[in-house]
Design a protein. Structure first.
Length: 199
């Protein structure tokens, strides 16, 4: 295998690893948010109308109604179960690309508790899965460079328009994700080694 082919293969593997990480985190955080929602008291119609009006003032481009602020416990329970299923599926995919379940679960908890990779928690988990999938498809010659650029965008909450993503911030977050995964894995190895030394 030529050097260029090895480099290209390593890039694809890196993107696939990142995709598995952000997809796992996305489903983890959605599962946790819906679990919290199940513990909340449901809004009255008046409260829902007030929230809907407030939402219109601050984010006018997103259509909504008071019913969006009243939750159906059965639907929310189904969301929890669906996200749990996807979370477990992506954990398995991550295993195939060299990230064990224990490490990735610890990473998800770490990010969710605001201990690291804040950008992923804030909104990255909504964008990054799509961006990384597009990048993987591009590296496999399945989409063009133009299609890739059209996918790597952020939507303005205030204008509702797509704008090119801040690639420098994305790269920085990718490095934070990789460093955090590495640190967690190293700590787990150290703990295991200490336990074995004690025995």
């Amino acid at each position: 295998m030529r050097k260029k082919e090895v480099i290209h293969l390593n890039r694809k593997l890196r993107v696939l690893r990142l995709l598995a990480i952000v997809q796992t985190y996305h489903h983890y955080t959605m599962m946790q948010m819906n679990r919290q929602l199940l513990q909340c008291k449901n809004n009255s119609w008046q409260e829902a109308e007030r929230l809907s009006n407030w939402f219109t003032v601050f984010i006018p481009v997103i259509e909504h109604s008071p019913t969006d602020f009243i939750h159906n416990k059965d639907e929310v329970s189904n969301e929890v179960l669906d996200n749990y299923g996807e979370f477990k599926k992506w954990l398995k995919i991550a295993e195939y690309v060299g990230i064990n379940e224990k490490t990735l679960t610890a990473f998800c908890k770490n990010v969710d508790n605001l201990q690291s990779v804040f950008r992923l928690k804030a909104f990255g988990h909504l964008y990054y899965p799509e961006w990384l999938l597009a990048l993987f498809l591009y590296l496999n010659n399945a989409i063009s460079k133009t299609e890739l650029k059209n996918t790597i965008v952020e939507i303005s909450l205030f204008e509702g328009k797509a704008k090119p993503a801040n690639i420098a911030e994305f790269r920085k977050t990718v490095l934070e994700i990789e460093n955090n995964i590495s640190q967690i894995a190293n700590k787990q190895i150290e703990r295991s080694a200490k336990k074995l030394a004690i025995i």
